[in-house]
Design a protein around this ligand. Structure first.
Ligand SMILES: [Zn+2]
Length: 283
């Protein structure tokens, strides 16, 4: 049986947050076995702790937000959770001095590297909790379809996206989660936003920290981004990145084979909640 893991040491990451536009600093710290992933808002009175679990999700519109009260909220947790998922970190505390982690370059590579800067991971004395769904899971709504099949040995995602106005459409990628290949194949994939959605987001007071440093924009059959595209199918790779982040909200080491067509945060989180429920019934 494999052991639980935490970060080997501490690390910090500072920058501007995507939606609030405010500067924030993350402080990653090791935690004892069975702690799970906890955010701690050190800018609020009494430093409330917000567990990264599906039950605490309060919003899935433009990112995944978790909260334990009206003020004790953390927005856009999916990218850092994706990196922690790839590192197989079961336990850690993430202190944050604001409501939203820094967006960095819109990918999860800076978070992956933050764990590397902390010395990677160390094994702990307790066994890791593995889960594969005993029966297939099916989720659908609108244009989204997600199926997950049991597989005791690995977590694989086969994903299809379709974005109107995108030069390569649809996009496909298939990936088996692995700590070594994740920073090469998945983590560099950046956030994408449709140009037509931007004005709407801004009128809602969102995307205030957004710029071509932090996201790529799809407009009129072209992708506008700071440097070149990192992959021809960068969008679908980012969708897989987001999915690993949202599935980390199960608090378990998941295995299984996922086939996802046009996934997004609402249905990713629904899958995480469903798997959590299945695991509780089994226990
Ligand atoms: Zn994302």
């Amino acid at each position: 049986m494999k052991k639980q893991k935490t970060s080997a040491g501490e690390a910090r990451l500072s920058g501007v947050a995507l939606h609030t536009g405010a500067r924030s600093t993350l402080h990653l710290m090791p935690a004892p076995p069975d702690t799970g992933i906890l955010f701690r808002r050190i800018d609020l009175p009494e430093n409330p702790v917000i567990p990264a679990i599906a039950k605490c999700v309060v919003d899935v519109q433009r990112g995944t937000s978790i909260a334990v009260s009206r003020s004790a909220i953390v927005y856009t947790v999916e990218h850092i959770l994706s990196a922690l998922h790839a590192w197989e970190i079961d336990n850690c505390i993430i202190e944050i001095d604001g409501p939203e982690p820094p967006v960095a370059d819109g990918s999860s590579l800076p978070y992956y590297n933050m764990v590397r800067d902390a010395g990677g991971t160390v094994e702990q004395e307790k066994e890791a909790r593995y889960f594969t769904p005993p029966t297939p899971v099916w989720i659908e709504e609108g244009h989204t379809r997600i199926a997950m099949f049991p597989d005791p040995d690995r977590l694989t995602v086969s994903c299809v996206t379709s974005f109107k106005g995108c030069p390569i459409d649809p996009q496909f990628f298939e990936y088996e989660l692995d700590t070594e290949t994740y920073p090469v194949e998945i983590a560099p994939g950046r956030t994408f936003v449709n140009y037509s959605d931007l004005s709407m987001l801004m009128s809602m007071g969102l995307a205030r920290g957004g710029s071509l440093d932090t996201a790529a924009v799809i407009h009129d059959g072209a992708i506008i981004c700071k440097d070149r595209l990192r992959f021809k199918n960068e969008i679908v790779r980012h969708k897989i990145l987001d999915m690993f982040g949202d599935l980390k909200l199960t608090g378990m080491r998941l295995t299984g084979r996922i086939i996802a067509i046009r996934p997004g945060h609402p249905k990713n989180v629904e899958l995480a909640a469903k798997l959590t429920e299945m695991a509780q019934k089994k226990a």
